[in-house]
Design a protein around this ligand. Sequence first.
Ligand code: SF4
Ligand code: SF4
Length: 302
Amino acid sequence: MTFRILYRGSLSSCNYGCEYCPFAKHTETAAEHQADGVALNRFVDWVATKPIAQQLGILFTPWGEALFHKRYQDAFIRLSNFAHVDKVAIQTNLATRFEWLNECDVSKVAFWATYHPTEVTQERFLAQVAQARSYGAAVSVGVVGLKEHQTEITQLRQALPDDVYMWINAYKRVENYYSPALFDRFKQIDPLFPYNTMRHPSLGQWCQAGETVVSIDGNGDMRRCHFIREPLANIYADDWQSALQPRRCTNATCGCHIGYVHMPQLQQAKIYGDQILERIPVLSKSDLPQDIPVVSQYVAND
Ligand code: SF4
Ligand code: SF4
């Protein structure tokens, strides 16, 4: 069993300016960048000590874009070369150079790459995907399922190689946002889109968050997940592992992929296996669940 960590430091800036995003074009001071780097290095140093008996998988889930910063590329190089680390992945817009991958154990590197149609041409984004793959990195590609981008979304699926999984994140800010026709169109592209259109009832349900997967911030504070603020422990304290145990969720619902995939009742482990951090199903498209029951305020009835 791999122990999984979702790391989110203090970085909160991005080179892109997506309209719906709070980090769009936000810049940080040199001191803020330095503080994020110090915290990141401390985390990587902690991983280097092999702090837990299990193998480790790490997903960076930054507020904003981290991959074009050298400190995150260096973290990938170090982490991927540790024998006790199986996976290093990141949510990214892929606007980076990739030469640094030559110094990684690229068999462990994966990118959860999001296409932003207002920020980059499809041609440029596809070239970045192809380049990352040419180095040997695993890549999943996805988009936010905005109505106004449905043409670009369909074109992207057609242009991507068949063996690149394309996911669609549901836009969950407006009720009845998806007509049945658009919902079906996106489901044709991403058979798992129905899961993402729902806020899954989670209160009182068992969740692996806090037991086999945790969220860690730049201070080393460990939480179950990004959605429950109460810290469980601090990883820089000797007894941090004593906080790991099975727990039931204390939130009413869980609506984000990086959370609900850890609810056993949704059986996402069967779908993603050891590629859960990078959101790449291990099942072929034809073997994915076909009849996912949808109860969602974001899909109109008619
Ligand atoms: S690329 Fe991501 S982090 Fe950057 S502005 Fe767009 S949504 Fe926000
Ligand atoms: S169900 Fe979601 S919110 Fe609840 S503990 Fe798991 S990941 Fe966190």
